[in-house]
Design a binder for this molecule. Structure first.
Ligand code: FEO
Length: 135
């Protein structure tokens, strides 16, 4: 069962970034499914690593375009990205050290963070990106 569903309301008006957001949503849904099916720690750790790596890749794509466009909101947007990556990396460290387990609270945090970030922070760059030919 998907914890997040892609809908047009999540579109930021840039095809490449919409596709990356869909990939992130798919990874969060895979993690949620694996957790509900009580998959092994190795399976869950593998999905978590993929989610962390893809998140870093996605953030670097957005930051590259923001720099290209001299986007005014780059500094604060980048700070939000950095805080989220630190949080995921810290969770992975604690998970590997058996200090924390996967939980519905973590899944809800990932879902809420991503959807709020797309709807509020990402959507702010749409007009600037589109004006600069990033569509
Ligand atoms: Fe799509 Fe700013 O993350």
């Amino acid at each position: 069962m998907a914890i997040i569903k892609w809908t047009e309301s999540l579109s930021v008006g840039v095809a490449e970034i919409d596709e990356q957001h869909q990939n992130l949503i798919n990874l969060i849904n895979s993690l949620h499914d694996a957790m509900l099916k009580k998959q092994s720690k190795e399976v869950l750790a593998d999905i978590l690593d993929k989610l962390a790596a893809y998140t870093v890749y996605h953030f670097s794509t957005e930051e590259k375009y923001m720099e290209q466009c001299n986007y005014q909101g780059l500094y604060y947007h980048k700070k939000e990205h950095e805080r989220f990556v630190e949080k995921i990396e810290s969770f992975i460290r604690d998970y590997q050290a058996n200090k924390l387990g996967l939980s519905i609270e973590l899944m809800t945090f990932l879902k809420d963070w991503l959807t709020n970030h797309i709807m509020i922070t990402d959507k702010k760059y749409t007009a600037v990106f589109n004006e600069n030919g990033i569509v």
